[in-house]
Design a protein around this ligand. Sequence first.
Ligand code: ZN
Length: 452
Amino acid sequence: MYDPKSKFEKHVLPSGVEVWAACLSDRPDIQRQALSIAIHSGSFHGGRGLAHFTEHGVATTGKFDKVIEEINLEGGGVNCGRTSVWQTTYGFLTPLDRFNEFVERFCGYVLKSDLSFDVEAEKKIILSELYRKFETVSSANHQIFYYQCLLKDHWTPAYSRGLGTPEFINAVTPDKVLEFYAKHYTPANISLITAGPMTIAEVVGVLGQSGWGREPQRGQRATEPKLDRELKESPVKACAFEEPIDASKFFSGVAVSPLATKQAVRLASDILEGIFFKRLRMEKNLIYGVGCNWSNYREFYELSVGFNGVNADRIQEAHDEYQRVWSEIGEGKLLTEEQLAQVKKGFVNAARYNDWTLSNIVDFAESDIVFNGRVEPDSEYLQKMDAATLDEVRQVAINLHPEKCFNRWMLAKGAKPPTTVPIFDLNAASKALNEGRIPQPKQNGLSIDFEI
Ligand SMILES: [Zn+2]
């Protein structure tokens, strides 16, 4: 099995920059080098949207459009800024003979930016990104509400809006951006991840000559936010919101305890999606959409299930079926050893067909480094996957029982809500949670505000 992640080696430059390089000497067809620059600070560290705002400042000041054009003309590519919860990244893919030059230029853009950008103009661009992601304030509030209920008092408000709220974005000042930049864009807070024909010694040589190596030791790795691992009760167990939409939706989410292994969560997610898809979509023709997702937030996992249906009755039936599935899991009728073996086999096969482009190799390695501080070879990952037991997977499924989850319905206009579920005015409920109060269901069926 081709396993380029097993080739990564690490070296720390005197400036404090950490270098991870994979030399793909067995791929003479590859004559390009990819580099990703990971700043170990993201939306969590800056509070609602500051990391993302800074990313825009860096990319705008650095005349990235000129680089994008140049690199594209050479058949390469540029990532001129991406902000996630834990990291902000920039990077490029370039022909070998221009690697040194772009290494030097990117170092200037990222480490020595004066951030002389038009803050007011950028506010408008970032607001437009926010509205592209959340078409309505209501859809953004749904997400925030969901995370606040699911993981109250954890770290969710920062997570749920990496882009920031409109109020936050409008209130950003150049000083705030500069402060974030000075604190986080330091050599010791950066990992450079590269893959291509170059050996780590060659890469280190080039980086040492460049600003990445010449820059004096400065800063430190951003401290990892403290995760409160004890799961708390959600203040609202189930709720419904009225929405001016055509189809109703149901979502159920749970935070999986850190004791569950990553592999078990991943396997459970795939198995459950298979069960739901077959039962709800194929056999009962109940719904038109079903999805089961898992997210990895360091040692904290989140698993969510969602159904879309043309009307609320269908959604209610799907929900009842969903509860039956959990009972069957509890009774040991579902999740057999055979099923598990089948799903594991699927993972091994899928790994063989990984699309190992240079950029993908670097991206996958980067995600490992950000989450675990090291690159995990595929072979190691598959071994752990194979070792996950039925009991572990079942435990994840049991933790997902609807009673432990936060369930919410979004009801299409005019749809009747499930009788036992309180209906909330979303905006009022979000406000209450933000102020630390328990949201109260509304008395009558007034529609929620629907304006951006
Ligand atoms: Zn952006």
